[in-house]
Design a protein around this ligand. Sequence first.
Ligand code: NAD
Length: 254
Amino acid sequence: MALYAMTGGATGIGGALRQQLTERGHQVISVDIKDGDIIADLSTAEGRQAAIDGIAERAPDGLDGFIACAGLPPVARPLSKIAQVNYFAVVATVEGVKDLVAKRRGSVLIVASNSAPMVSAETPFVEACLAGDEGAACAVVEEADGHTAYAGSKRAITQWMRRNTVAYAKAGVRLNAVAPGITQTPLTDQVFADEALGQTMRDFQASVPWGGMAKPEHIANVMRFLLSEEADFVCGSVYFVDGGSDAMLRSDQF
Ligand code: NAD
């Protein structure tokens, strides 16, 4: 049976994945701000270090996989928190556990979003993230809106994943991302309840080609596959699990 560590395992997509993995006899070390084996606020450097140290302590012989799932919605404020949790915490924790995952020739899975391609790579916020400048990214994102902050953080982390795939593969770690579409979780509830973004979200939901909304289990099913040995040759991939929305919006790009 495998040993995994993850962030954001308390609710939503992460909660569903944690449940599926434990039901199948795997062990999961869960890091979250509100309910987990390790309680840590990943928006801070101290919280990220506590997460890395806590995982290392519980997995001295290495990890079969690490899942960076914790994330904040576009309605979170201040917007700099979105940059800190959705991008900088992901990079810091993935880098922090890389050697543990390499010990078992394991897999790292990043939870991105199908909103990632909706923001240009030339957006100053995306560029600041990819430059690794947390202070600049947090400053620049405060001048943006919630959509740019959220989708920009997801674009940046997806690009980071692609840029690091080769180095990680050579180190013995398979790096991939899953890009969920609209999924029924507490995060989505917050967006639906928002005066500015709620209607945009309802319109987007109505446009999903396959219809409706994903359940967290739909996303977790694919994540479980990507983490498994059955996906052994999947490396550097971005898996869209979005009912066809990305294909609808960007038919000629893949
Ligand atoms: P969710 O709110 O249920 O889960 C997010 C988790 O992250 C929670 O357990 C929360 O406590 C944790 N978290 C938030 N801030 C944290 C912090 N500072 N430190 C530690 N943990 C923190 O929402 P979800 O929809 O399941 O989101 C999971 C991931 O899926 C996120 O990265 C999100 O961006 C992504 N995603 C969601 C959707 C969707 O429609 N729900 C679509 C695309 C991508």
